[in-house]
Ligand binder design. Structure first.
Ligand SMILES: O=P(O)(O)OC[C@H]1O[C@H](OP(=O)(O)OP(=O)(O)O)[C@H](O)[C@@H]1O
Ligand SMILES: Nc1ncnc2[nH]cnc12
Length: 166
């Protein structure tokens, strides 16, 4: 199945110069969504993970769908001020300004999930936050990798990418 054909490329969104990769058509087509979920974990040892962690907001869609599809838990990494205390927080630099991610402390082996890897800032922060919160991050999975490397690794974690753009 050609998932890439279902990604809508939107120039100059949300700001001029950005080519936005819109995964909505994949989410709207049940067979495509199912295929995308299976591809995201095709090289992941599912017996080695207890839960999926998804990053707000689009990481929630894929992470929660993966959790339901493969019979695991789902743990959210949220933007600041959304989760009730106690939470772990981590601030990080964005292209413009700063952002803060939060999650509840816990235990277990997790697969960190997001829709898009662009600069890597979000996943870098989320990985550190997961580890500080007590989780063992087994691997990372994204639907779209805009960095352009098929077998990217980060701090010893494999990044499983379904669609890779150069
Ligand atoms: O690799 P990076 O440069 O960090 O970019 C990737 C992140 O950007 C997008 O999230 P965004 O902050 O736009 O939030 P959203 O999911 O709420 O739309 C995307 O869903 C990733 O989380
Ligand atoms: N180009 C892009 N398309 C979709 N989501 C993104 N998140 C960061 N960069 C993005």
């Amino acid at each position: 199945m050609d998932l890439q054909a279902l990604v809508r490329n939107v120039p100059d969104f949300p700001i001029p110069g950005v080519l936005f990769r819109d995964i909505s058509p994949i989410l709207e087509a049940p067979a495509a969504l199912n295929h995308a979920l299976e591809q995201m974990v095709s090289h992941v040892d599912l017996d080695a993970i207890d839960a999926f962690v998804g990053v707000e907001a689009r990481g929630f869609i894929l992470g929660a769908a993966l959790a339901a599809r493969f019979g695991k838990g789902f743990i959210p990494v949220r933007k600041a001020g959304k989760l009730p205390p106690p939470v772990q927080s981590l601030s990080y630099e964005l292209e413009y300004g700063k952002a803060t991610l939060e999650m509840r402390a816990g235990r277990g082996r997790i697969l960190l999930v997001d829709d898009v890897l662009a600069t890597g800032g979000t996943l870098t922060a989320a990985l550190t936050l997961c580890e500080r919160s007590g989780y063992e991050v087994v691997d990372i999975a994204v639907l779209i990798n805009l960095v352009g490397l098929h077998a990217l690794t980060f701090r010893g974690k494999a990044i499983h990418s379904v669609l890779v753009y150069d």
